[in-house]
Structure formats: structure tokens, C-alpha cells
Design a protein around this ligand. Structure first.
Ligand SMILES: Nc1ncnc2c1ncn2[C@@H]1O[C@H](COP(=O)(O)OP(=O)(O)OP(=O)(O)O)[C@@H](O)[C@H]1O
Length: 378
């Protein structure tokens, strides 16, 4: 097991900066997910950690030792790629044996380890098959098995599930998480899929255009996004963003938007003076068709579009100049064009600076569970 530290790491390709001033610690045993849209520098960061690429500036440390110049083979890391990279002409067993054979490891010990790893990954009945005779998920398990045979200090995974269909992706997510729980190997995992990040990570690091924007536990990033950009990247459907204003009445700070006003939960500090224009964020699940508490802020909306998903329905509502998506229970009777009253819950309403998008409400002291327990006075 190992800890990792990126210390002011830059990677430039000619005039292009792929990674800018990355400072990030991965603790021993963490499952860190590097999350961001295509081209934001995730793979470059992982490749530098693997030793396949070198920082232009800054230091990468594994267990406190600077590894900038250490070749990949001496870092004790194992990498799993999106493309599995299996030998097509070899059986599963042949693919698993290849690495230990190249490393001239003891044959009997290798056989025992392969049996153990195959058991862990439920590959035992497949040892005699070739990759072409396996499903995508089974191939990915072989690739994982090969990495596991190394017993690395560090596991590095670059979008390992992106070639799989939705059902297999879900299954492999669970398998990788349970493997990590059992073995506790420090893992850095790259993806652009926020569901993978939220469900697998012990910590998430979100990057945009080469820069780290926020790192933290999944729930903390979801509850307390540092910026509008992070807020709209995490959560599906995406957080609604509407124009709003800070109001001050009788010493109470309120947020005005969608033709109504709401009050952030008591104890939350709003870092913007009265009168400031702000961008207000409300997650689709935090707009309700009935008042969440007495005196909740109501506003009117017309049903513009419905996406019935079975257990829930996403309703796009036209509210004056703004449009918001509401997550409603599956059997909510809604008709296109119908006008209904919607309710905001100020406890879960976010505010962002209208200019630079930074979060204006400090939620770090309360998680969502705490907020749910904090009822507003009627
Ligand atoms: N060898 C290279 N030469 C020039 N530019 C590169 C090189 N490798 C990466 N880049 C650029 O650096 C940026 C970051 O690339 P990187 O592959 O790290 O992004 P990513 O977030 O992993 O994207 P994806 O999810 O599409 O793999 C991109 O703009 C990419 O075009």
C-alpha cells in the first residue's frame, strides 16, 4: 500500500498546458477518482504517476519518495486500461501467467497465486478460454487479475469500464469496489462518469482544463460544491441554475429567484451583501410539488416536457423566463401544459457568485443529513 502526493505538478506539451499546478494527496488505502470532462488532464496525471510521462515542473512522491525520474517498472504500480490490452491468441491462464513468467517468478508460486486471483475474480471456470470467447466484463476482470498478480503498491485505472454496457458497468463497479475494500490497495481511477465517481470513490478530485477545482469525499462534493462548475458537473439530472438576488429583511438574509423568496437554513452564512445578483442552484430533487415545510416558498410553473423513467419522472417546467427540471415520483399525475405550484426548500438552495461562480454559502459545517434535520421556522 502507498500514499501519493502531487506537489505543484505541471505538464506542458509545447504551448499547451495539460496539467497546471496540480497539488493533490492520495492517502494510503484511498480510492481516489480523478473526474472531469474529456481533455481536462486526467490521463496525463495518471500517466505521470505511472511513470509513462514526466512532469514539466513539480514533484510526484510515492510514500514520500520523489519518483519523477523513476521508471515505471520500479514504481510498483499496476495499470488497467480502457482497452484491456489482453493477448488475443492466449487463454485467460496464458494472459495471467505472461507477466510472472517474464519476471521469472517461481512457477509453483505463480500457479498458486493465479488460482487465488482467479477465485477472487470468479475467473476459475474461464481459465481455458481465449479473450474472444469472453464478455466485456470478463475481459476486464482478466485485465484486473493481471494487475492484481503484481500485488502492486498502487492500482492505476484509466476509464476501465467505458467499453462495457450499462448493466456490466454497474456489476464491475461493485466488483472493483469490493475488491478495493478487501485488499485496501491505494487506487487512482480516471473517469468522466460522475456516477462511477460518486459510487466508487472514497475521495473525488474534479479537474477542468488541467486544473484541480475541488477534492473531497463524494458526499462533501455533492453537498458543498465549491463552484457553480463543480455543482453542475456532479448530480444527474444536473443542478438547475437560475438568476437570483440576495435580499435582507428584518436582519434575515433571503434568496429571491423564480418569483419567490426562500431562506437558507439557519446557521449557514451567505457570503454576499444584500442586493447582490447571484446565480441560484437547486437540485431537481429539491423542488417539490407539495410544501416541504410550513411556509415553504411556492412558485408557479407549466409542464413543458416529461421524461418518465419508471420509478421517477423528470419534469421540465417553464417558470416565467426560467426553465427548471424537477425530479418527481414516478406516478405523479402531470400533463403537458398543466400549470402547478412548485416549492423551494431554502435549506438545499445554493448560491453562486454571478461573476466567477464561486459558492457563496458555506455548507462545510453541515452535511445534507444535518440540513434535513434543520427545519425552518414557519
Ligand atoms: N502527448 C501529447 N501531446 C500533445 N498534447 C497532449 C498529449 N497528451 C495529452 N495532450 C493534451 O493534453 C490535454 C489533456 O489530455 P488528457 O488525455 O490528460 O485528458 P483527459 O482528461 O484524460 O481526457 P480523456 O477523458 O479524453 O482521455 C488534452 O488537451 C490533450 O489533447
Amino acid at each position: 500500500m502507498a500514499s501519493v502526493s502531487f506537489d505543484h505538478v505541471w505538464r506542458r506539451f509545447g504551448p499547451h498546458t495539460a496539467v497546471a499546478d496540480l497539488c493533490l494527496d492520495i492517502a494510503d488505502g484511498d480510492f481516489l477518482v480523478l473526474l472531469g470532462a474529456s481533455g481536462c488532464g486526467k490521463t496525463t496525471s495518471l500517466r505521470m504517476l505511472a511513470g509513462l510521462d514526466e512532469p514539466s515542473e513539480g514533484e510526484i512522491r510515492i510514500d514520500g519518495r520523489v519518483v519523477n525520474k523513476v521508471p515505471p517498472g520500479e514504481r510498483d504500480v499496476a495499470m488497467v486500461f480502457q482497452s484491456y490490452a489482453l493477448f488475443p491468441h492466449m487463454t485467460v491462464e496464458g494472459n495471467l501467467t505472461f507477466g510472472p513468467r517474464m519476471r521469472r517468478e517461481n512457477k509453483a508460486a505463480t500457479r498458486a497465486r493465479i488460482a487465488e486471483v482467479a477465485q477472487t475474480l470468479e475467473l476459475t471456470p474461464l481459465l481455458g478460454r481465449r479473450p474472444a470467447e469472453l464478455s466485456g466484463g470478463q475481459r476486464q476482470r482478466v485485465a484486473l487479475g493481471r494487475a492484481l498478480l503484481r500485488e502492486p503498491k498502487l492500482f492505476l485505472m484509466d476509464e476501465p469500464l467505458s467499453n462495457l454496457d450499462a448493466a456490466l458497468r454497474g456489476q464491475m463497479r461493485a466488483e472493483i469496489v469490493s475488491l478495493h475494500r478487501r485488499l485496501g490497495i491505494t487506487t487512482a481511477y480516471v473517469t468522466h462518469d460522475q456516477v462511477e465517481a460518486m459510487t466508487m470513490a472514497t475521495r473525488i478530485a474534479i479537474m477542468f482544463e488541467g486544473r484541480l477545482h475541488q477534492a473531497g469525499k463524494p458526499a462533501a462534493i455533492f453537498d458543498d460544491p465549491a463552484s457553480l462548475r463543480v455543482a453542475t458537473f456532479i448530480g444527474a439530472p444536473q443542478m438547475n441554475i437560475v438568476d437570483g438576488q440576495v435580499l435582507q429583511a428584518d436582519g434575515v438574509t433571503m434568496l429571491a429567484c423564480l418569483g419567490t423568496t426562500c431562506r437558507p437554513a439557519e446557521g449557514l452564512v451567505l457570503r454576499a451583501p444584500a442586493g447582490s445578483p447571484v446565480r441560484i442552484g437547486i437540485r431537481p430533487g429539491d423542488i417539490a410539488f407539495s410544501p416541504p415545510h410550513p411556509g415553504a416558498a411556492g412558485f408557479s410553473g407549466a409542464v413543458e416536457f416529461l421524461e418518465p423513467m419508471g420509478s421517477e419522472t423528470f419534469a421540465t417546467m417553464r417558470c416565467g423566463r426560467e426553465t427548471v427540471v424537477v425530479r418527481a415520483p414516478g406516478r405523479t399525475p402531470l400533463r403537458l401544459g398543466e400549470r402547478v405550484t412548485l416549492y423551494l426548500d431554502g435549506r438545499f438552495t445554493y448560491a453562486f457568485d454571478a461573476e466567477d461562480g464561486r459558492a457563496l454559502i458555506d455548507r462545510s459545517r453541515f452535511g445534507l443529513a444535518d440540513l434535513a434535520a434543520r427545519r425552518l421556522p414557519a
